[in-house]
Design a protein around this ligand. Sequence first.
Ligand SMILES: Nc1ncnc2c1ncn2[C@@H]1O[C@H](COP(=O)(O)OP(=O)(O)O)[C@@H](O)[C@H]1O
Ligand SMILES: Cc1cn([C@H]2C[C@H](O)[C@@H](COP(=O)(O)OP(=O)(O)O)O2)c(=O)[nH]c1=O
Length: 215
Amino acid sequence: MSQPAPTGLFLSFEGIDGAGKSSHIAGIAERFRAAGREVVTTREPGGTPLAESLRELVLHQAMDPLTEALLVFAARRDHLQQCIEPALARGAVVLSDRYTDATFAYQGGGRGFDLALLRTLEGWVQARADAPGRLRQPDLTLWFDLAPALAAERLAGARAPDRFEALDQAFFTRVREGYAARAAAEPQRFARIEANAPREAVAAQIARVLDARGL
Ligand SMILES: Nc1ncnc2c1ncn2[C@@H]1O[C@H](COP(=O)(O)OP(=O)(O)O)[C@@H](O)[C@H]1O
Ligand SMILES: Cc1cn([C@H]2C[C@H](O)[C@@H](COP(=O)(O)OP(=O)(O)O)O2)c(=O)[nH]c1=O
């Protein structure tokens, strides 16, 4: 008898720059490893050699909004094909520091780029070979929500700003609204994490979300 296909799990981590998401990914990876799961931690833009090269361009080169949108989706396509889909097919847990919601929040909300065009690109790039008509979306998205002024305070002096981190609070207010719109459209996929809390309190919220979903 053939074995049933293993069930992978895809989690994404989202929020404005400085919200604190990267600080928690290692701990979540440890939780799944302790439960005996293979864990793949990755990020967007990036996660493969090609996508990491595109990341360098997107974060550091001036370009027009359509070029920016095409490059983040090109990086995502390679990331899906080379990394995410094979990992899920093996039954691994994939933890991705950002995914498509970031495009809708940053390029859509922040830059004001046409959402219909982003949805078209999402449909092309994330079409699933194993499930015709369906898109590859995370099983769960942890949205670290923090007021832009607080995120800016956290980032001040923490690291050299890239093209996005150098933008003003009005930009991040629009990015935050972009995330809020995605969360409202898919409430079952999103879990909002109140990121204006000490690290341990944020970790406890994440643990409650994962416990509640049996993860
Ligand atoms: N709960 C928290 N309270 C205060 N500072 C935090 C908290 N979580 C993270 N930080 C700090 O804020 C900055 C941004 O955190 P990071 O995890 O890199 O955010 P992101 O990945 O969302 O951009 C870092 O300097 C980090 O040490
Ligand atoms: C995935 C993605 C990221 N971004 C932006 C958001 C971030 O400012 C930046 C990189 O994200 P991130 O990895 O969070 O940066 P850092 O390593 O500095 O914490 O790219 C987009 O604009 N669109 C996208 O589709």
